[in-house]
Design a protein around this ligand. Structure first.
Ligand SMILES: [Zn+2]
Length: 70
């Protein structure tokens, strides 16, 4: 099952969402602040694969280990 990484545009939290199938479309909202303004990060583990929006560095600030701020 694919895991996609998202980042909240509001509070900048990074989180991962597990999709049951590649085509599944979920209403993803931020687990921290509940905002729906989240953007999908294209595979944190394989680097940037196009489609990077103007968000800039993406999850770079927390790419070291886990993306979940406590
Ligand atoms: Zn948030």
């Amino acid at each position: 099952m694919p895991i996609f990484e998202f980042r909240c545009r509001k509070c900048r939290a990074c989180f991962e969402v597990l999709f049951r199938s590649r085509d599944e479309k979920l209403a993803v909202d931020c687990p921290q602040c509940g905002s729906k303004k989240v953007e999908r990060q294209m595979s944190a583990f394989s680097g940037k694969i196009g489609n990077t929006s103007d968000g800039g560095a993406g999850c770079g600030s927390c790419a070291a280990t886990s993306c979940s701020p406590s």
